[in-house]
Write a protein that binds this ligand. Structure first.
Ligand code: ACO
Length: 401
């Protein structure tokens, strides 16, 4: 469909589709998803192959620019990103101003929004060159903000890591390096984080991505659009699910580990409890990302020698759900976030930072979608409604009410 041919078709029938379950908002050439068959592809490449053979920065390039980069293109992209990784010194003051108890997603959304104020030129995007500049800036600064969000939480001095490292390697170093310590990277952890970020890198028109596109459609700048996407991702029905999964598993453990009790709660329609990490709006047979990441979880825990009762509870829930007609009939299977939290926990990442890690992975997807929306010159997003309120009423003075 040529999106431009649909322009002007604004009058006439209005469809009501709460949650936009069957309403397309755009055409896109970025991510292909078949929920029935459990297929996920970025720019035509199978997610399984990308997770195995590519690294996160290559996938970021692929998503944003449409093709896998040559070595030369990748080197240039990485060099440009690195040359824009320093954040304004006043941003440190903002980081300092947050209470230690601040939720990391609130901190990340605010810092990302603040970048707009510190880089006013990034708002005006009039050419592909302007876009490129905004893209490498945010790709450079965002991991710093992510790492600083964690360091703030742990009361550690803010640090830029080591520019000679790879993108993902440096994220780990920036997050975990202790003062006066030679931080040694664990290749298993690097590989697992690389995979997790790749698996989260895009997922077509989900809640946060649609938010980025709709905010960007008003020609708000990239950083402001991303900040809105971060807020959308925060919710427990979306990116916040990985935090919610771990909190649920912890609660079950504290309550004696009785998984059956929680299965019953999840099925009880009078109980608002849902089995977090199960079900997906689009995947109705299995989540292909969950398969890949489940393997990764086993590897990381095995390699780090971690025996975690939480993992046993997770495995118990998964087994019971797969055999339970309530879950089978509704096609509720573990989604990617059922396992990602377990890996992040093994890496030493605090539970309330999980969604921040998701945001780090989703960054190139949001950027790619924003770029596509701007290049397509899409109109401002503005859904319709069916008004069901009062008809015209005479005004009542305060004494008449
Ligand atoms: N536990 C128990 N029951 C569930 C669950 C669950 N996790 N998920 C869905 N159901 C039930 C619903 O109660 C409903 O039952 P009914 O038909 O008897 O009324 C049926 O399954 C369909 O559920 P919907 O809410 O209509 O499905 P929808 O596609 O709108 O929601 C969602 C998908 C939000 C992911 C939902 O499955 C859910 O809340 N899951 C838990 C949260 C979660 O894991 N979110 C992460 C999503 S992945 C991501 O964002 C990366």
């Amino acid at each position: 469909i040529d999106i431009k041919s649909l322009r002007g078709a604004t009058n006439g029938v209005v469809t009501i589709d709460p949650g936009y379950k069957n309403t397309g908002s755009c055409t896109s050439a970025i991510t292909f998803l078949d929920g029935e068959k459990g297929i996920l592809r970025y720019r035509g490449y199978a997610i399984e192959e990308l997770a195995e053979k590519a690294d996160f920065l290559e996938v970021a390039y692929l998503l944003i620019f449409g093709e896998l980069p040559t070595q030369e293109q990748l080197d240039k992209f990485h060099a440009d990103i690195k040359s824009h990784s320093i954040v304004d010194d006043d941003v440190r003051k903002i980081v300092d101003a947050f209470p230690k108890s601040a939720h990391p997603m609130g901190v990340l959304a605010s810092l990302t929004s603040a970048l707009t104020a510190f880089n006013p030129s990034s708002v005006n995007v009039n050419s592909e060159e302007d876009m490129y500049k905004a893209i490498v800036r945010i790709m450079g600064k965002f991991p710093v903000l992510v790492a600083w969000t964690l360091r703030k939480k742990h009361g550690l001095p803010l640090d830029y890591g080591d520019k000679n490292l790879g993108y993902v390697q440096n994220v780990l170093k920036m997050m975990f390096k202790q003062p006066n310590e030679d931080y040694v990277l664990d290749p298993v952890v690097v590989d697992a984080l690389d995979k997790l970020l790749i698996l989260h890198a895009d997922h077509e028109q989900n809640c946060s991505t649609s938010t980025v596109r709709i905010v960007g459609s008003s020609h708000a700048g990239l950083f402001a659009s991303l900040s809105s996407g971060i807020s959308a991702l925060w919710g427990p029905l979306h990116g916040g699910a990985n935090q919610a999964v771990l909190e649920m598993l912890e609660a079950i453990k504290e309550d004696g580990g009785d998984t059956k009790k929680y299965m019953a709660k999840a099925k009880d329609k009078d109980d608002p409890f849902r089995l977090m990490g199960f079900g997906h709006r689009v995947y109705k047979n299995f989540d292909p990302r969950a398969r890949i990441i489940k393997k990764s979880a086993d590897e990381v825990l095995g390699n780090l020698g971690i025996e975690d009762p939480i993992l046993d509870i997770a495995k118990g829930l998964e087994k019971e759900a797969l055999e339970d007609s309530y879950f089978v009939d509704r096609k509720l299977y573990p989604n990617v976030d059922f396992y990602s939290g377990i890996i992040y926990r093994a890496m030493g990442i605090p539970t309330d930072m999980f969604t921040v890690m998701f945001a780090l992975g989703r960054l190139p997807g949001w950027i790619a979608q924003w770029r596509e929306m701007r290049l397509n010159n899409e109109p401002i997003g503005r859904p319709r409604q069916i008004y069901i309120g009062e008809t015209l009423r005479p005004f009542k003075t305060i004494n008449q009410r």
